[in-house]
Write a protein that binds this ligand. Structure first.
Ligand SMILES: [Zn+2]
Length: 313
């Protein structure tokens, strides 16, 4: 049975680094984000192997497999995303996290209702088939046994878990929220308060969805950078592989990874701590205030332990 290892996290949490590190294991294959890439149809957009995405032989094999299976395929949208309708908000109600409710039971009930609605049942079955075709083709092409899906959203795990042919394990990758907030400020134009609240909500969603699973683990980005081989060994064992240390060079292994800008840089691993220098005192105070008030409200929440991990040291 093909194994799928899912990485759930907020953006800017180091998941592209983790994808590259996992990909160096000879039994592991990943493409990073598994739902397509917005600039995928741009002739100049490069796969991490150095070829334009549209000429990459690996993605060419996926495209051909989709064609043979009569599945739609596009480089900006592989047809693997569980998106029932084009409207983001409606899609969320139908398919992802229910706003305000935050309950696994309510979401399972909703999933059961949606899966029986005329029109949606067939679409969901097609998404399942597209995901399985993608994973099987990637594994066959690379000769690996474990496929890593770094698509971030925890709700995707719920959907993939319906596919009986997949054996799924998952990691919640957590990075110091001050680092995430700095990236949100610089790249998304968010303010510190909004970004902190989003981080808390996203970690809560991941913790809730992965909470009931047997093969799930929480790992910290900073530990991955500072104790790389030990962290990798834990993940390798979780998916039933013999641990292999990082060989010291990402480029030694064949890779076709879609992710953010770090993906084409060198192989040196050091935790990005620019927030220590670049966050203003005011933003630091805001982040601390919002995060500590979360912990005071709900000290036993799994996310409170993550906040304390960063703020008590
Ligand atoms: Zn490639």
């Amino acid at each position: 049975m093909p194994k799928l290892f899912y990485i759930a996290c907020s953006s800017y949490s180091g998941s592209t680094l983790l994808s590259f590190l996992l990909n160096t294991h000879e039994e592991i294959c990943t493409v990073g984000h598994m739902v397509g890439w917005p600039e995928g149809n741009d002739e100049n957009f490069l796969c991490s192997c150095g070829e334009p995405l549209k000429s990459c032989p690996f993605f060419g094999a996926i495209r051909d497999a989709f064609r043979d299976a009569r599945l739609p395929f596009d480089y900006s949208d592989f047809g693997t995303k569980y998106e029932l309708v084009r409207n983001d908000r409606l899609n969320r109600y139908l398919n992802a996290g229910l706003p305000l409710i935050h309950s696994n039971r309510a979401e399972s009930l909703r999933d059961a209702v949606v899966s029986r609605m005329p029109g949606f049942a067939g679409t969901l079955a097609r998404f399942d088939r597209a995901n399985l075709t993608f994973v099987n083709t990637a594994l066959a092409h690379s000769g690996a046994r474990v496929f890593v899906d770094n698509s971030h959203s925890p709700h995707r795990v719920r959907h993939l878990s319906r596919i009986p042919e997949l054996d799924i394990a998952a990691a919640h990758l957590v990075r110091d929220l001050r680092g995430v907030v700095l990236s949100d400020i610089n790249r998304r134009g968010w303010d510190a308060e909004f970004s902190t609240r989003m981080w808390l909500r996203e970690q809560s969603d991941v913790a809730r969805v992965l909470g009931g699973r047997d093969k799930a683990i929480t790992i910290y980005y900073e530990q991955l950078c500072e104790a790389t081989d030990e962290t990798l060994a834990t993940l390798h064992r979780l998916v039933g592989l013999e641990p292999q240390p990082f060989p010291g060079d990402f480029k030694a292994t064949d890779h076709h990874i879609l992710g953010n800008a770090m993906r084409l840089r060198d192989s040196k691993i050091s935790a990005d701590r620019r927030w220590e220098r670049d966050l203003s005192q005011q933003d630091l105070a805001t982040i601390t205030r919002v995060a500590e008030s979360f912990v005071r409200r709900d000290p036993d929440h799994p996310v409170s332990r993550m906040v304390e991990h960063y703020f008590s040291s």
